[in-house]
Design a protein around this ligand. Sequence first.
Ligand code: MSP
Length: 506
Amino acid sequence: MKKSFFVSTPIYYPSGNLHIGHTYTTTLADVMARYKKENGYDVFFLTGSDEHGQKIEQKANEVNKSPKEYVDGIVETFKHLWEVLDIQYDRFIRTTDDDHVKAVQKIFSYFLKQDLIYPSEYKGKYCISCEEFLTFEQMDENFCHVVCKNKSIDFQEETYMLRVSNFKKFLQDLFKTNFLEPESRKKEMLNNFIENDLEDLSVSRINFSWGIPVLENSKHVIYVWIDALSNYITALGYGSDDDSMLKKYWSNESEVLQFVGKEITRFHSIYWPIILKSLDLKCPDKLLSHGWILSAGEKMSKSLGNVIDPVQLIEKYTSDAVRFYVINNLPTDRDGNLTQELFEESFNTHLANNVGNLISRVSNMIIKYFDGKLPKIKIDEKHFLVEKGIKTIQEYKKLMDKYNMSEAIQEVLKLSQECNKFIEDSKPWVLEKENKIEELNQVLSILQKNIIIISFLLKPVLTKSYSKMVEQFGVDQNEINFDNLERNEFSYKKIVDKLVLFERIK
Ligand code: MSP
């Protein structure tokens, strides 16, 4: 039986259009999903939209639309973005989907019955923009939320509470494992919340209506975070008549990976495991909490006017260029930067001057010296560059299996650099002049073999260019897989056209 793999992004708020920051998480998940598929896994990749809550209700009011009408329009722009970025998700869940709504109500009712949720009263500070209650550590001296800088409001009302405080020991044990990365975030959660401030969580609202109603008490709607977090399992059929998908993708036999941004790590590493535990489901095998993409050092926000629009970026530079920058240039454990200069410099250095240049030089020489097809010879397996190619495949897999995508890609780029250097050192043009045809054939065959390796390893990132990269050598893209990559027994056809790949940005 195939191994199964589940990967998810957070579900995004349709309170405005998505920016490049959101694109980051989704690209990470998409690249991982594609890699796992290549590696023989049965994959389920989930993304979607988080459509309820006070903020959405307010936004819809501002433009005189019903909340549903309002989110319908924005969700279309989400789907368009994922299409132009070549994101291949298996389900786009909307928290307004019927099956999700019913399942969330079931979860809430079950928790009420189990006395995990109880009626109470809440008094404190609340950030509408983040839909989050704030502790004093989360606010500045003006009671503004330090994450989004918006002023919090005073909040007092009857509410249902979740017994988070019962789960301290469970969380302490969970945090002894490696389920949350990076380590720094784990420490932050332990010190700031688990060991310090583990209070029960208010999980319903009565001051607005755009949410999933509590069946037992129609005055209340379910708190947007309980609604939102549940999406990861309702999308797999939790609470429906058919739980086969859940068994397949969210069980001990499957690998579960979730990507989240740093500011929502608390919800995913504390409340989400509590929900799962209470439903007798396993915690994700890995919760990867990444930093933010900063626009010239600042967090992107509408008020600062520094929001980078991913659709424009894709139109200008292609989806592959955007995917490549996100995976290669941004560290997952810290904040990273994106500016036009950095973007263009990275494209030129890595894609145009390194990989693109290698492909163009080698294919040109095959056309020029061998009329488009290298005579079949036995490649010298002991040659340092052949060995380096094989080692790169192994290193790449090791790193990808640890979800370390940027280092994996950097291994591939290093191989490409070595190939370029090998051209300089072996000087094929001199070999041709001196009529050392066999040696020339050996040199170009080694390079050609490595180019197929480089292209295949970049395939999850460069989804659109990949076919051109290998077809440039007359190899059909469907012929290559991880099983035959090292053997290199592909039917290379005669190359005629010179394609331009990754043209330098001027
Ligand atoms: N709806 C909640 C998530 C619920 S998941 C059960 C939410 N939505 S969001 O639209 O505000 O943000 C979603 C994700 O985008 C978060 O992981 C957040 O970190 C990420 N990003 C938003 N801006 C970002 C950057 N500038 N850089 C990187 N990621 C960013 O939170």
